[in-house]
Design a protein around this ligand. Structure first.
Ligand code: PLP
Length: 391
């Protein structure tokens, strides 16, 4: 069986038995297309590394040797895939990317300053700042020739209004944009003009489609290296989010000094098994990832066909990266919170657009990292619910 047909063959029953959040939160009558998990398991070398760790009962605290192995593997991935020369000494283990965001807010932005967030955005970026006593300045993305772009004038105004740390999610969740070098350079000029900082969330970087190239923001120029802290992880591309491991990449001397001052306990959240899995993914997970991205690319096209056939009113732009589709469902008349209506009517579980910020009214985020037969059921379920008329 080819890998693609093996992915096709994964059933809802198998996924429920596996027990992840996507397939258990809303019960047996629902189809999960919300949280960013993939339904394809993970790469064989990752499983081997995990089995080896379990067989060795390797459950102690993370030894420096393993942290160094993770740093070298992460730096190697950045070098080989994006041409970014990362110093492994400047890669720190994290529990997850959100832990990196919290560190960036606490230690790399002006105390008390608002966080600047292009929206729609990954949902926790809207809510987490409040827990850190920070406000958020939402900057809705603009449109240029049908595609979403950063609104540089509005970002400029947000810095002028006192914002200091900008969240740059690239590839973008939920819009799927993979920003070009020109876009990133133009952004960096605005940030630099205000002495601002950037939290570059590049967790989806390995998931880019043909014709699009991920460029690590900090790799662009000495200017971007000087104002950026980057967080990444193998957890999206190899589907390991429950194993708790991500990486913070530091790209300038001043931030490296801050990290030294913070000491090891700021960076002690990564789980040993997560470190083993991330290290194996970066060093030996490439071939499996290539097959997954090819399958997801097929799903992206299948989704276009399915929407055209069953829901031609729905507006969307196929993503350039990520396995997330941002759907404008307003023509269906399901109200501001269409995902709530769809879940009630059909059990199809999407992310509700307003959870991603103000531009999300009437929208929903659909996760298409699922076997194609299930994707068909998901779109058919949405269409069937929509046929029942306005909410
Ligand atoms: C853009 C983005 N950032 C961060 C995360 C969360 O990552 P973690 O589980 O490592 O905090 C996600 C998860 O879906 C995401 O899509």
């Amino acid at each position: 069986m080819t890998r693609a047909s093996a992915f096709d063959a994964v059933t809802v029953d198998t996924l429920r038995e596996r027990g992840s959040l996507k397939w258990t939160l809303y019960g047996d009558d629902s189809l999960g297309a919300f949280v960013a998990e993939m339904d394809f398991g993970t790469a064989p070398p990752v499983l081997e590394a995990l089995h080896a760790a379990v067989d060795a009962v390797d459950f102690g605290y993370l030894p420096p040797r393993a942290a160094a192995g993770l740093a070298a593997a992460c730096a190697g991935w950045q070098r080989d895939h994006y041409g970014w020369a990362v110093d492994p000494d400047r890669v720190r283990p994290l529990a997850d990317v959100l832990n990196g965001f919290e560190i960036a807010v606490r230690h790399f932005s002006r105390p008390g300053s608002p966080v600047i967030l292009p929206t729609p955005a990954y949902m926790p970026f809207l809510s987490l700042p409040a827990a850190l006593d920070r406000t958020v300045i939402e900057v809705p993305m603009a449109r240029d020739n049908g595609r979403h772009v950063l609104d540089l004038d509005a970002i400029d105004a947000a810095f002028a209004a006192g914002g200091h740390l900008l969240v740059l999610c690239n590839p973008h969740n939920p819009l799927g944009r993979v920003h070009t070098a020109e876009e990133l350079t133009a952004l960096s000029e605005v940030v630099a003009r205000h002495g601002g900082r950037v939290f570059a969330d590049e967790i989806h970087a390995p998931l880019t489609y043909p014709g699009h190239r991920h460029i690590p923001y900090a790799s662009l120029s000495p200017t971007t290296a000087g104002h950026t802290v980057t967080a990444t992880s193998a957890s999206k591309a190899w589907n390991l989010p429950g194993l708790k491991c991500a990486q913070l990449i530091i790209s300038n001397d001043a931030d490296a000094a801050t990290v030294e001052r913070l000491g090891p306990y700021t960076f002690n959240g990564a789980a040993s098994l997560g470190v083993a899995a991330n290290t194996a993914a970066y060093t030996a997970g490439g071939p499996w990832l290539a097959e997954v991205v090819a399958y997801l690319d097929g799903n992206r096209r299948a989704l276009a066909d399915l929407l055209a056939e069953h829901l031609p009113e729905v507006r969307w732009t196929a993503p350039e990266g990520t396995y997330l589709a941002w759907l404008d469902l307003r023509p269906l008349g399901l109200g501001d919170h269409p995902a709530r209506v769809l879940r009630e009517r059909s059990g199809i579980a999407l992310v509700d657009g307003p959870d991603c910020g103000a531009p999300g009214l009437g929208h929903a985020r659909l996760n298409f990292a699922t076997p194609r037969p299930i994707l068909r059921r998901i779109v058919a379920g949405i269409a069937e619910a929509a046929r029942r008329g306005p909410a």
